[in-house]
Design a protein around this ligand. Structure first.
Ligand SMILES: [Fe+2]
Ligand SMILES: [Fe+2]
Length: 268
């Protein structure tokens, strides 16, 4: 079976390229299950119920989040009652949202989705390795296909998680840095791995934000509004092929969909 993780969807440009490209991309690539990291969907920070449903309508099966998960309070009701969204599993048990999701892919195979936060250059959270162990121990028997979105800053942190979970999950794919890394691989025990699948949003930017604003604040310390940029929107993500019998990955491939590809997929 074939899974896609779409990297951090940023603001309206990110949403638009997902909505325009994903329906036909699913057909063209024969995707069984699509996960999108949606922590930056609402104006660049957080997610709202309306935008959550817009992503689902475009063909996203499950949404993962990250450090910006609670920026928009409107999402709390969705986090508490909808099974198609997960919060970082290493947040406290009392935090709104579910630590994992088990959903059915198009092919009716069960897929578990897990979101974890890193601890290097990020706010303090519980140990992501122990949280991963807890989630794996509580998954229903028979769930073999497991996708972990490791939302972390440092490549070292991500490699640690990849090696820790190698052979126990189908994929450990990174998000959060908004820059795709060229290290996609199948680890020795069958886990697909990549430090970061990249950003879905405006690439004429500094990780999705207006270049002039970020530069001004960096140079002068004068606060500015880090508005979402608009130029050169691209969809970045990675496709993983998994043997549903064993849960092991057999292939991983990066995808980058630019404006011309998006136009083609939208049938323009
Ligand atoms: Fe992000
Ligand atoms: Fe993040």
């Amino acid at each position: 079976m074939r899974l896609l993780l779409i990297g951090d969807v940023v603001g309206k440009p990110g949403r638009q390229i997902v909505v325009r490209s994903l329906p036909r991309l699913k057909v063209a690539e024969q995707l069984d299950f699509v996960v999108a990291n949606a922590e930056n969907v609402a104006g660049g920070s957080g997610l709202t119920p309306e935008l959550f449903h817009e992503l689902l309508a475009a063909g996203v099966d499950c949404v993962t989040m990250g450090d910006h998960i609670y920026r928009r309070r409107e999402i709390f009701s969705i986090l508490e009652r909808d099974e198609r969204i997960v919060r970082p599993a290493n947040y406290p048990g009392e935090a709104p949202g579910r630590p994992f999701a088990v959903l059915r892919a198009k092919s009716h195979i069960q897929v578990a989705v897990v979101n974890l936060l890193g601890r290097i250059f990020m706010s303090p959270v519980d140990c992501p390795l122990q949280a991963a162990d807890r989630v794996l121990a509580s998954l229903p028997a028979g769930v073999r296909v497991i996708l972990v979105d490791y939302h972390a800053e440092a490549t070292s942190d991500k490699q640690i998680m990849g090696r820790y979970l190698d052979g126990r999950v189908s994929a450990v794919l990174g998000t959060h840095t908004h820059v795709a890394t060229a290290d996609e691989q199948i680890l020795p025990h069958g886990t697909a791995f990549q430090c970061d699948v990249g950003m879905t949003g405006p690439h004429e930017s500094i990780i999705g934000r207006r270049i002039d604003r970020v530069l001004e604040t960096t140079r002068t310390f004068r606060p500015t509004h880090f508005e979402v940029a608009s130029g050169d929107c691209r969809l970045h993500g990675s496709i993983v092929d998994v043997d549903p019998e064993t849960g092991r990955a057999t292939a991983i491939r990066r995808i980058a969909i630019g404006q011309a590809d998006a136009d083609r997929l939208a049938g323009l």
